[in-house]
Design a protein around this ligand. Structure first.
Ligand SMILES: [Zn+2]
Length: 318
């Protein structure tokens, strides 16, 4: 085992604790929140209070998922981690094109230039201005995961982002977290990253339960990649809970490749902003439901503890 790079320090994978694999702890004012005002999550007091509840419920860590210049705020993330005692992993990388204004540097720079920016976030420290100002001011807080996203069909930008993420991974060992659009192209993402030399044991593909087809999941999981499910609280009552059904079917077969998150990027999901179900939902409601449905504590601890620890560990020592 190597190390996990959190906003405050490098820790051993075992120190991570129960981990939500895809969250949005802070989303600052940005083009993203201009387009989607409901995504604004910039209140350090509310975030620290919600995460303190998560910690009291037995939580240890969260992976933040807002990459460069899309509302990421490294100083606020570090403050929330300090106050709540929850380990936070900060991403570098880039999100979908819709979260950036036309002509953004994510479109104009080449893959090697993007990789260099990602590597600097990982090795030197995340820019206090989030790569949105004409100067860069490195903070002492380093990125611990590379987040990239693809559309429903790979675009030229998607291909470039995957190449940049792979290069940054190969140079640093930093794990990769991807956004899939409604679970589509998970297999293509895994295949492409493997071709680019990435170790798929350190790659987490997100939102794949939004396409709840167990055959499709088996095919993707057979590549060795890790999947994150985050729709447990989203399904309308008449659909039952396909996320639970996927876990019941697949966790015994692939015990080391499945993780959970909430991807709660809206104020209306947070108790501290007056919403529901709150970030304790997985620990206090969903996991007990999975246990009652027959999943053992041993399997459930892999989902929350062992798999995030091995996935978000760097692929090699620094
Ligand atoms: Zn997300």
């Amino acid at each position: 085992m190597t190390f996990v790079r959190t906003v405050l320090s490098d820790i051993t994978p075992a120190q991570l604790g129960r981990c939500y694999a895809h969250e949005h702890v802070i989303i600052g004012p940005s083009f993203t929140t201009h387009v989607c005002p409901e995504f604004l999550l910039d209140d350090v007091d509310r975030a620290a209070a919600e995460l303190a509840d998560f910690r009291r419920a037995g939580g240890g860590a969260m992976v933040d998922s807002m990459p460069c210049d899309s509302g990421r705020d490294i100083l606020r993330l570090a403050e929330v981690s300090r106050r709540s005692g929850v380990h936070l992993i900060c991403p570098t990388g880039l999100h979908l094109a819709k979260y950036y204004p036309p002509g953004h540097w994510g479109e104009t720079l080449g893959a090697a230039e993007l990789a260099a920016l990602f590597v600097a976030d990982i090795t030197e420290g995340v820019d206090a201005f989030d790569y949105g100002a004409p100067v860069v001011r490195r903070t002492p807080h380093r990125a611990g995961v590379i987040k990239v996203a693809t559309e429903r069909q790979f675009t030229a930008r998607d291909e470039k982002l995957l190449a940049a993420a792979a290069e940054a991974h190969c140079r640093t060992g930093c794990p990769i977290l991807t956004h899939t659009e409604q679970g589509e192209l998970a297999l293509e993402q895994a295949t492409r990253l493997r071709e680019l030399g990435v170790d798929l044991r350190h790659v987490c593909l997100s939102h794949v339960d939004r396409r709840p087809d167990p055959g499709y999941h088996r095919e993707v999981l057979s590549t060795g990649v890790r999947l994150e499910y985050d729709s447990a609280f989203r399904w309308p009552a008449e659909r039952g809970n396909p996320t639970r059904d996927l876990l019941l079917a697949l966790l015994p077969e692939f015990p080391d490749q499945l993780m959970l998150g909430m991807d709660a990027a809206r104020r209306s999901y947070w108790r501290s902003y007056g919403g529901a179900p709150g970030l304790v939902f997985l620990l206090e409601t969903f996991v007990p439901e999975l246990r009652a449905a027959g999943l053992s504590d041993e399997l459930l601890s892999r989902v929350l503890l062992a798999t995030p620890a091995s996935t978000y560990a760097f692929a090699r020592a620094a």
